[in-house]
Design a protein around this ligand. Structure first.
Ligand SMILES: [Zn+2]
Length: 257
């Protein structure tokens, strides 16, 4: 039986209409959600959140344009290494890390996991390193966060992490070229961790995309597929940056339950 924990990877203030494209212009603050899945054969961390340096030096780390777009409202301890410590764990206790994608708020903590195997879709890795893709400007990965000497393992499509069907990464392309989500089977319950394939419940309920999109058609398709998992198969759905849902979740050290 799995144990699952919600870990806070920070808080970002940004334009609400960039996440829900038909929403009126407003700033809001969203959680950067990371999840730890504890399986009898190892621990998997899904996303590593914001780098802890963003709390004190967003401008120095990412430059003016991003520092203007994003306000950081993380408090001390809102980073994955501190969150693991709440569970009595260190990065060395994590056997697998999976990045949903390579935007800065999902791989910021990667460098702290040199011993883990890091699972990323091959097409995300290829795109993030392709001069042609980068020249288009619609996918803006964060090499500062992922280009470290780490044990990356590219995966291609669905990937059953522990080989027993309980923890499965699956493609939800569109937000970025190789975005992936995670599903976990805990007892009779299926949980789906959408990451940025669906920022909030509202995106799913109204089938509305953000403005940050690599491929509109593909992202819309991924969003519909996630909605089917929720509405037709009864999956408990954890959205990537949903402020309202986040306040209702037990956070580490409490288990998700
Ligand atoms: Zn994000």
């Amino acid at each position: 039986m799995l144990k699952i924990f919600a870990l806070c990877g920070g808080y970002l203030e940004l334009a609400r209409e960039s996440m829900i494209r038909d929403a009126p212009a407003a700033r809001w603050t969203v959680p950067i959600e990371c999840f730890l899945i504890v399986h009898p054969r190892g621990r998997l961390l899904f996303d590593t959140g914001l780098h802890c340096e963003t709390m004190t030096n967003m401008l120095g780390r990412y430059g003016e344009e991003r520092a203007r777009r994003f306000g950081v409202h993380s408090r001390a301890g809102d980073d994955v290494v501190s969150q693991l410590a709440r569970l009595g764990l260190t990065p060395a206790d994590v056997s697998f890390v999976a990045n949903s994608h390579w935007h800065f708020d999902h791989c910021g903590g990667n460098e702290f996991f040199p011993e883990a195997t890091i699972l990323v879709q091959k097409c995300e890795m290829d795109a993030a390193r392709s001069p042609e893709v980068l020249a288009q400007g619609t996918y803006r990965p964060s090499p500062r966060d992922f280009e470290h000497a780490l044990r990356y393992r590219p995966i291609d499509g669905e990937h059953d992490v522990f080989g027993d069907g309980t923890v499965v990464l699956f493609p939800t392309y569109g937000h970025t070229p190789g975005h992936q989500s995670l599903r976990a089977r805990a007892g009779r319950e299926t949980l789906v961790f959408t990451a940025d394939a669906c920022y909030t419940r509202e995106n799913m309920d109204r089938q509305v995309l953000p403005t940050v999109v690599w491929d509109e058609t593909e992202m819309a398709h991924s969003l519909r597929r996630l909605r089917e998992l929720r509405d037709e198969q009864g999956a408990r759905t954890l959205y990537g940056h949903d402020p309202e849902q986040w306040t209702t979740l037990p956070h580490a050290p409490a288990a998700l339950g």
